[in-house]
Write a protein that binds this ligand. Structure first.
Ligand code: SF4
Length: 378
């Protein structure tokens, strides 16, 4: 867990209008030397001040392309800022407004920052195991992935990365070790035509992940036992409830949701795929979306001619993303304008060198454009 120094009290005393005005003034002052990137799950007031918004893949690509910006201020969570640091130029500086903005899912795979879990699994089979690591992971895990011949993926291109990992001309594996999201791994395997029996779960709290040689031998996908608590909030009852109220509603969910929920939905997709599907929807169409609520509420405002709501009655908010706010953003920009770099995210060279290989494979393997239709059971 990173630590964050307390910012001066004056920032907390300012209202949103004043903070926004001051941030806009600092942006003018810093000009082309500054680029603010914001993830879709950020608050509206942060999104409004960003130069670019996107999901993990898009923001990674943007970070790599912002050659003129000396400072990249990343309004997202820690692993995203690490990826931006790895993919940006050597003279660029990446700052995260609040160092406490981590990712609960990424934290579940700390053990994967050593080669030990992969060695454990490989020792149980004669077949080649290729790690595929979700971008929601620490840079050290990405580096281990690259050293073992694997690649990173996002929810947008995970199918293509899995296909690459199993292809003779790609990763050349017979098995995939999917880290750290169990649900993304399982949902992707099934979307590719594999069965649930092709998947086993590796529990990092148990010796050998709780798996026997027989388990690993029969499996094609070994899934790290990790999850996103935001997407885990949604249930099959939410789908039943929303369909009983609105029979024509389309349910679209993120593939970080549990498998039984994805199977009940009409489609699943990354945030970019969800945004595209809803944007291409007919006027007056109805949508229930199983992903983070800031994004869903923004889509509802953008497409006021459609009925758009979060799948659950309760909001689905990421507490870590929420730690980025205007007081912290202004504090970072005030310091940069005065020549002080604060909250720099800098990945050590040896980790960055290897993690870059896994990230570059991810960037090179294109995203799937459309959300994936799922089998609908009523
Ligand atoms: S929404 Fe989930 S996966 Fe994304 S940053 Fe928050 S905890 Fe991590």
């Amino acid at each position: 867990m990173q630590s964050q120094i307390a910012i001066p009290q004056k920032y907390g005393a300012m209202g949103l209008d004043e903070l926004s005005r001051r941030i806009a003034a600092r942006k003018d002052e810093l000009g082309d030397s500054l680029c603010i990137l914001a993830h879709h799950y950020q608050r509206d007031e942060v999104i409004a001040l960003a130069e670019f918004t996107g999901d993990s893949l898009k923001l990674s690509q943007l970070a790599a392309s912002q050659k003129r910006a000396k400072y990249i201020v990343f309004c997202g969570v820690h692993f995203m800022a690490e990826s931006a640091d790895i993919l940006s130029g050597p003279d660029q500086i990446v700052c995260l407004p609040n160092m406490l903005a981590g990712c609960a899912m990424a934290d579940m795979a700390e053990d994967a920052a050593t080669a030990a879990p992969l060695e454990e699994i490989s020792a149980l089979t004669g077949e080649k195991v290729v790690p595929v690591t979700y971008v929601n992971s620490a840079a050290a895990v990405k580096a281990v992935t690259a050293r073992a011949g694997g690649a990173c993926c996002t929810s947008g291109n995970v199918r293509n990365v899995f296909a690459w990992a199993l292809d003779e001309t790609g990763g050349g594996g017979q098995k995939i070790f999917a880290i750290p999201d169990e649900h993304l791994g399982r949902n992707t395997a099934v979307a590719m035509g594999y069965s649930l029996d092709d998947c086993v779960v590796y529990d990092p709290l148990l010796p050998c992940g709780g798996l026997s040689a027989r388990d690993v031998e029969r499996a094609r996908f070994i899934l790290w036992k990790g999850y996103c608590y935001v997407h885990q909030l949604f249930s099959t009852d939410d789908v039943t409830n929303v369909r009983s109220r609105y029979p024509d509603i389309r349910v679209i969910v993120h593939p970080e949701c549990p498998h039984e929920l994805v199977q009940l939905a009409d489609a699943s997709g990354s945030t970019e795929q969800i945004i595209r599907a809803v944007g291409e929807g007919e006027p007056a169409s109805r949508w229930a979306i199983g992903t983070e609520s800031n994004l869903v509420n923004r889509l509802a405002k953008r497409h006021a001619d459609r009925f758009i709501r979060t799948l659950s009655e309760a909001p689905a908010l990421c507490a870590q993303m929420h730690r980025i706010d205007l007081p912290h953003l202004l504090w970072v920009l005030d310091n940069l304008a005065e020549g002080n770099v604060v909250n720099r995210v800098s990945v050590p060279d040896d980790i960055a060198r290897d993690a870059r290989v896994a990230l570059q494979r991810m960037v090179d393997l294109k995203a799937v454009g459309e959300a994936t239709p799922t089998r609908r059971r009523r």
